[in-house]
Design a protein around this ligand. Structure first.
Ligand code: SF4
Ligand code: SF4
Length: 194
């Protein structure tokens, strides 16, 4: 083996753990037909296709699964599930994997974004794109934030021109108490199911 090659670790306990999660039984049902990657509109920016994620879980490749951006990129659009011959609810598997990634301390740029996004919605019920971008950048650290700003400057300018990157936060929802009640209820349910 050349020095540049990395040794991949396989962890059968990880496979067992995923099988025991809420949607773990569906991981066993996949027949690797390959329809989901051809259906998923986000496939082009995912580290691994949904089909590959299933295969990596079965192989016990914990690092590849929990570090991958795939589990955070899935938008829960349900398209692949509608077309899956086995009815595998891919978005629910992805949700389980996100929880597991957080539990096991796998912090990635995408998990940072999910956290910042949630905090923003929880605060006023509406997204403030300007503040969200800033908070996300700060989480990445100064060096990475500057790199991201350079990469995304054209997109940022276009958003600004089209009033999609406001400097000031938008008004919150009319009834923030109701929003908080919904979020608290969801958190309590998640804890119960925990
Ligand atoms: S479409 Fe369904 S059965 Fe086919 S690879 Fe995807 S999850 Fe597996
Ligand atoms: S549910 Fe997720 S994995 Fe399936 S098609 Fe939609 S974005 Fe892709």
């Amino acid at each position: 083996m050349s020095g540049a090659e990395t040794v991949r670790k396989y962890d059968p306990e990880f496979t067992k753990k995923v099988y025991q999660m809420d949607n773990g039984k569906w991981v066993k049902m996949c027949m690797q037909c390959g329809i989901c990657p051809t259906t998923c509109t986000l496939r082009g920016i995912m580290d691994h296709s949904p089909r590959q994620i299933i295969q990596l879980i079965r192989a016990g490749d914990k690092e590849q699964v929990l570090q991958s951006n795939t589990i955070w990129m899935c938008t829960s659009c349900y398209t692949c599930s509608c077309r899956c011959p086995r009815g595998v609810p891919m978005m629910d598997i992805m949700h389980d994997l996100r929880h597991l990634a957080e539990e096991e301390g796998y912090i990635t740029n995408q998990s940072h974004m999910a956290q910042v996004y949630y905090n923003d919605v929880a605060k006023r019920g509406r997204i403030w794109e300007g503040g969200l971008t800033l908070k996300y950048s700060l989480k990445l650290g100064v060096g990475n934030a500057l790199k991201l700003a350079r990469e995304m400057q054209d997109v940022g300018m276009e958003m600004f021109k089209h009033k999609r990157l406001p400097i000031f936060p938008p008004k919150g929802v009319k009834n923030p108490a109701k929003l908080r009640a919904v979020l608290q209820k969801a958190a309590a349910l998640a804890k119960e199911e925990g």
